[in-house]
Design a protein. Structure first.
Length: 50
């Protein structure tokens, strides 16, 4: 619905790029943290042999 109205595009244009970059960085940071925890808990599943 948002894409049909163009509201989402206008919202993205109105938000400053550094804020969008910070939001994206936080998402990546959470992903990397979760992957790191998974490797520590189960290294064999992650393909790391001891």
């Amino acid at each position: 619905m948002l894409s049909l109205t163009g509201l989402f595009g206008r919202l993205l244009v109105s938000v400053p790029r550094p804020i969008l970059a910070a939001v994206l960085a936080s998402v990546f940071l959470l992903f990397v943290r979760n992957v790191t925890q998974a490797v520590l808990v189960s290294p064999l599943v992650a393909g790391i042999r001891k």
